[in-house]
Design a protein around this ligand. Sequence first.
Ligand code: NAD
Length: 494
Amino acid sequence: MATTQTVLGVEFPSQIFINGEWVKGTGEPLDVYNPATEELLATIDTASVADVDLAVKAARAAFETTWGLNTPSATRGRLLFKFADIIEANSEMIVKVEAANNGKPTKWVEAELGSSLAAIRFFAGAADKVSGSTIEVDDNSKQVFTRREPIGVVAHIVPWNFPLMMWAWKIAPALASGCTVVFKTAEATPLSVLILTKLMQEVGFPKGAFNLVSGVGKVTGQALAEHPDVDKIAFTGSTAIGKHLASTAALSNLKVVTLELGGKSPNIIFSSANLQEAARWAAFGLFETGGQSCIVGSRILVQDTVYDEFLKLFVAAVKEIKVGKDDDSFYGSLISKVQFDKVLKYIETGKKEAKLETGGGRVGDKGYFVQPTVFSGVTNDMVIGREEIFGPVASVLKFSTEAEAIAIANDTSYGLASAIHSTDASQLPRVSRKLKAGTVWLNCYSPLHPSVPFGGYKSSGWGRELGMNGLEAYLTTKTVHQYFGEDLQWPFKL
Ligand code: NAD
């Protein structure tokens, strides 16, 4: 197989990257498609179990000799800043290839790359802000302090919905903290990270600090999860695979696990809300990327006194959403035939369970485009009220009291995000305290920021990404006790 490929005029490697070199992956070759056109874009190498072992060995060697505590933290930060500048200078080709691989309108990929650069720069700046503490132990002959040290070799496994952002959110804090990385992209969207890895070679990271093993979950991902010399696994994806990885990690070497999983997030509209604004935020917070995001507000809870008025405004806002490949489209195609079929099946279930207000089918006859779809009269016991659809499907529910809204909002196994729309200044903090979710947005939906921690309660995950919490997730604590008192009395006298 060729060692490089050309997609839309951009030439980049098709192999895997181990110990600073592009090498042939000995796994099954992987075909990669454009979901908006259903055309084959490229065929790339994948990593076998043996390749994963080589990548972990390279990462271990780099951790012990050249990276980790062997490179000053300020140097690690400086290299990440340099990397961000190199990526920015090459953003056009990254965006072009990623938009084709993901089926997203270009402007969304540009925004995603912008957020990814912001995350890399945040962690570059954070690299040398790590410190331990001195602890008073009420003993004049002792001092005790803690050191914050990198965990070691980290495996990253990511999904297809935000390939650039997921990559940046994971590799930047890992490398900033001194960990070394073995990274696995999602089957459907491996292309942009191949380009980013090629650019990484210009930066000057030591060999083995970053390794890329493209591949399928059951082979490459599973080998990373089982590997006895991986110290931590950081995963984003479905709750089912997250649970599987946690148990695999426990049964192998008890590696540390952080998980960013699914959601069925409530977006609560109280009667005092500015209904026009709330309707727009509700549409934005759900149909962004065609609903293919873990944070989407897919359960819209509306107070009975304004239910009809809100529904009218919301459906009108949704009807204005343009779907397609063009740059003025709000969202593009779903990622794959599998995801497309799954979402259409949920829509058919919804038609039996609730009232279809708008949408309900595909757009066009080529590519995996689905109409923005709204169901009203949904309740939490319906399939479309409980399960994560991961597509452009809104479920609108009705409540009468604040207590009922909180009970419905929390009646889910997930706890990733939530939002409250109200103009009552005391209601906003009161309700936000009672919601069991990692993020609560007040009178808005979706904003994230690299300096703000992000993660879930309950089955939405373990740990936090972004912010200083995101860096902490790659550090462990060493406690040092130093004795400087008189010589130990011998034999002991108590
Ligand atoms: P997934 O959880 O199946 O895959 C995510 C990653 O895990 C991929 O890289 C995959 O190769 C890997 N993986 C799969 N099986 C593995 C195994 N046995 N061992 C190790 N790694 C493994 O998610 P998906 O197929 O990409 O999407 C399925 C569903 O997951 C979606 O419908 C959606 O509900 C959810 N999802 C959630 C998020 C999120 O951000 N929380 C993102 C994408 C998908």
